[in-house]
Design a protein around this ligand. Structure first.
Ligand code: A2P
Length: 318
């Protein structure tokens, strides 16, 4: 499995298992099967509501000597209601306890959005705190503490725009090592890819298959179906593989980490095998040409009338 390396020599496997939307009762088998198949990277978050079950699967894998802890890369994230500096270390300790781990490999700020304590969503302005009132620089100090306390090996962010990365880079003692964002051929984010390359920040692509198992309330009207794209399907036919595999191979080949979610053993295997598919330069260019800057996860759920967050200030785009 290809890895991307950090300054200290640690390597993150380019393919990881996504666990967002993996339900309780399903995620245990998914994680255990994935590790048995050869996955060495699991992407988690407390907001997915399944870290305890993932922890049980990891424990069984370690106890049965399927893998050692140091052979698996585990990422988790800080939820939006824990952005106070003093809340960050306890939030990570809770995640570690649920995952039954002593340390994470990577800990990310999940969103550049702040909620009041104990909220996982908010539907009125009172539930939100603006980034002026609780800046990322404050949260980042807490993130740096998790690192100095040995609770995680690397720290980073998720859903950050180039502007927010620039702001963070200008104040951080420890630079963010990763930005995890939505990326796929309809949202290939070329400017972000070059910015992160220049600044030695790795990128992880979430929703690489278009996340069509999201709840209907999270879906836009007339959403395109990535896996039905004719160009992708044509390239897939040429390689005698599935559209999903082409999407995964493309993400890896362009130098990003990719975390497709599956709870199905055949698809878990298929997705792992995709890491070995080699696309030609022409195929890579054709896929890059599909970009239409389309977000499946556009963040509208953070925008309420009179609240501090808007689509414009979330993504810092026109
Ligand atoms: P399942 O979990 O039943 O396999 P994303 O990673 O973009 O969030 O997409 C996840 C969705 O894609 C889930 O509905 C998942 O279903 C499905 N999926 C995962 N792998 C494949 C695959 N190889 N072929 C088709 N669908 C897949």
């Amino acid at each position: 499995m290809k890895k991307l390396y950090f300054k200290n020599g640690d390597g993150i496997p380019s393919l990881g298992l996504g666990t967002w939307k993996s339900k309780k009762g399903e995620v245990y088998d998914a994680v255990k099967t994935a590790i048995e198949l050869g996955y060495r990277h699991i992407d988690c978050a407390p907001i997915y509501g399944n870290e305890k079950e993932i922890g049980e699967a990891l424990k069984v894998c370690f106890d049965n000597k399927i893998v050692k802890r140091e052979e698996v890369w585990i990422t988790s994230k800080l939820w939006n209601d824990q952005h106070q500096q003093r809340a960050v270390v306890p939030a990570l300790k809770k995640t570690l306890s649920d995952l039954q781990l002593d340390y994470l490999d990577l800990f990310l700020i999940h969103w550049p959005v702040v909620l009041n304590k104990d909220l996982y969503r908010a539907d009125s302005p009172e539930g939100f705190i603006s980034l002026e009132d609780l800046p990322i620089s404050v949260t980042w100090k807490g993130m740096e503490e998790t690192l100095s306390q040995g609770l995680t090996k690397h720290i980073g962010v998720s859903n950050f725009s180039i502007k927010k990365l620039e702001d963070l880079l200008s104040i951080a003692s420890v630079k963010p090592a990763m930005n995890q964002i939505e990326m796929h051929p309809y949202l290939s984010q070329p400017k972000m890819v070059s910015f992160c390359k220049e600044n030695e920040i790795h990128l992880t692509a979430y929703s690489p298959l278009g996340s069509f198992d999201r709840s209907e309330t999270m879906k836009g009207k007339n959403e395109p179906v990535l896996m039905d794209d004719q160009t992708i399907l044509e390239i897939a036919r040429g390689h005698n593989c599935s559209a999903a595999q082409i999407l995964i191979a493309w993400a890896i080949q362009r130098g990003t980490v990719v975390i497709p979610k599956s709870v199905n053993p055949e698809r878990l295997k298929q997705n792992l095998d995709a890491a070995e598919i080699l696309l030609s330069v022409l195929e890579m260019d054709k896929i890059e040409g599909l970009n239409r800057h389309y977000r499946f996860i556009d963040g509208t759920f953070w925008t309420v009338e009179g609240g501090p967050y808007t689509i414009a200030n979330l993504w810092d785009e026109d």
